[in-house]
Write a protein that binds this ligand. Sequence first.
Ligand code: BTN
Length: 331
Amino acid sequence: MNPRTSTPDLADRLLRLLRPHLSAPISVSRLLSELKVELPQLTASIAETKKWGYRLQQSETEIRLLSCPDLLNDIEIPHYLTTQSIGRTVHAFQSVQSTNDLAIKLAEEGQPHGAIVVADRQTAGRGRHDRQWHSPAGLGVYVSIILRPNIPPTMAPPMSIVAALALAEVFDGYCPDQTQIKWPNDVLIMGRKAAGILTQLSADQDQVDHIIVGVGININHQESDFPQELSSLATSLRCATGKKHSRVRILAEFLHQLESEYIRYTKEGLAPSQGRLRRFSSLIGRRINLMSGHNRMEAEVLDIDTEGRLVIKTEDGTKAVTSGEVTIVKE
Ligand code: BTN
């Protein structure tokens, strides 16, 4: 449960009244009348909001919200959002097994396009290839977005590249020229993984019903927060920039960028984004080992094509592959 959602409804309603007026005094009499409560209840709910990390100043006549915590809840996220549809419905939790699993369930129950499931921590965060996603509390963003595009299933796989591109654009604003996309959908900073994407599709033969785009973003981890097996492979925005960042702000920036990449992709395909995909690619020009299904091959990466495929040169000639796991051959 989210610390905010688990608390009395009154504290929640109080924050919704105060949040748009950060730093501005609001009269106690106005709050009492809008919340339809007496002073002792108001005082109790103020104490409650302080437990969640909100700072308030109270006098006999006025209350001021002084600062807000970096919480991924449905009061903070909408405050930063600039999107039309993505993130307009928020399901926020303190702890879940996997936001992807929950998003799949909610999508099947009919949640709208753009709804997100976000958690402060995951106890069974899932990565690609049946791996786990390290999801400690308070450090990262673990979010799954429900998309309902009007596209055939053949257009679904590149959606993870679309999400990677959105995230790379956000990271690039914080770490210029240090961000790369490792095809198909890892986002790297200074060569180490800072975010991963797990997309899951539900479709019939002709039409996508929904796509779950699950994204794990390492934001405020320090080196010591990663388990030993990840220490040379993973990084975070904090490790890369030397300072802490607002998780809720980065989530909102990502959702904004995702919305514009999504609209572009569903209208025009990947062609308009190919230049940026090439620029962000960590693989073009490199020799790689590619595990695709049960096939392992060594190849040189030539390009990313307009369908998001990796164009490679192997000893059998040039081919375009749609999925696989890549390791770079050290030269
Ligand atoms: C990978 O790089 O292997 C993909 C990692 C995806 C992790 C995210 S965290 C939010 C969402 N919920 C999950 O269980 N997984 C994805």
